[in-house]
Write a protein that binds this ligand. Structure first.
Ligand code: HXC
Length: 291
């Protein structure tokens, strides 16, 4: 879909880039010529991923072990990248934590574990990178990986939904505040793109694939679809695109977040009958108004 070398000259940090969606995005950026940095809590996992990505695609993948809940450690990581490699050109806020739980059963620590990673941590990274871009007069691009719950809310994952909604608003707010520096912020809200980390915490007994049945396109996401959107948003050529959260979910949230999804199964005859009922009601109302 994209020409070879599209991202040559870019230096991009992907948080949570050692596994899951982050690794997939990092891989596509590397393949298209970017220098990639991946950050995560487990140094050995990062190193293993970096080695395998470089073996497959060549290029350079830097690693930095960090818990993004620690603002000082985040700042030290970003400073190290600036010192050792040079200014970043892009950031992907992908690191996240989540598990399903009835909200009444959550402890404050459980809430904080998720909000600390998603809400606080993603801000710390964005802030550490953004303020260096502004100080150095560099342009930059931030993509945050959110969910469609930022629009609909979602039961049983309330700390994640709340935190991601905060990043949705950060994206809009900083797109305006930092636009004059040539810094743009966008977000991706993926539907079901199964990864091990998400499946084990969000569908511990079921299958992610089950989400296909309720999707208008009757399927789950294919990883290249997410990689392609992340590439488009990061590449040159769409610099005026900023402040947007783009869903890639086969219109899933538009169908399932609405109130009338259950009408999906109605036949033409059902609709005809209901149209008659509605028209009859309209007619009755008109008579009542003396119209
Ligand atoms: C209730 C739980 C729990 C559970 C943990 N806790 N799991 N409470 N139900 N299933 C509580 C613990 O009891 C503890 O509270 C607190 O959370 C912290 O737990 P720790 O295990 O000590 O935390 P930590 O090791 O820091 O791990 C953070 C984590 C973990 C968020 C809990 O899941 C994690 O590391 N996740 C990273 C990867 C991940 O989650 N990937 C999925 C992302 S999917 P107490 O009170 O007992 O001390 C995603 C959106 C996908 O983001 C969208 C798909 C459409």
């Amino acid at each position: 879909m994209f020409r070879e070398g599209l991202l040559q000259g870019k230096r991009i940090l992907v948080t949570g880039g050692g596994t899951g969606l982050g690794k997939e995005i990092a891989e596509r950026y590397l393949q298209l010529g970017a220098e990639v940095w991946i950050a995560g809590r487990r140094g050995a996992v990062l190193q293993e991923s970096a080695a395998s990505l470089m073996k497959t695609h060549g290029g350079k993948v830097g690693t930095h072990a960090v818990d993004i809940r620690d603002a000082q450690a985040v700042d030290a990581m970003v400073q190290r990248i600036w010192d050792e490699a040079g200014p970043l050109t892009g950031l992907v806020n992908n690191a996240a934590g989540n598990f399903i739980s009835p909200t009444k059963d959550l402890t404050p620590n459980g809430f904080n574990a998720i909000a600390g990673i998603v809400f606080h941590g993603s801000f710390y990274v964005t802030h550490a990178v953004g303020r260096r871009w502004i100080a150095g007069g560099h342009r930059g691009s931030v993509i945050s990986i959110l969910t469609t719950w930022v629009h609909t809310g979602s039961p049983y994952v309330v700390p994640s939904a709340m935190s991601k909604a905060g990043l949705h608003v950060m994206t809009k707010s900083l797109a305006v505040e930092w636009g004059r520096y040539g810094i743009r912020l966008n977000a991706i809200a993926p539907g079901a793109f199964p990864t091990e980390g998400a499946a084990k915490r969000l569908r511990p007994e079921g299958r992610f694939e089950d989400a296909a049945a309720g999707n208008p396109m009757r399927r789950i996401g294919r990883m290249p679809e997410l990689q392609n959107l992340a590439t488009f948003l990061m590449a040159d050529g769409c610099e005026w695109l900023s402040g947007e959260t783009i869903a890639v979910d086969g219109a899933g949230y538009l169908a399932n977040g609405g109130s009338f999804t259950d009408l999906d199964g109605l036949s033409d005859a059902d609709w005809e009958r209901m149209r008659g009922q509605i028209r009859a009601q309209n007619e009755k109302d008109r008579v009542g108004r003396g119209a």
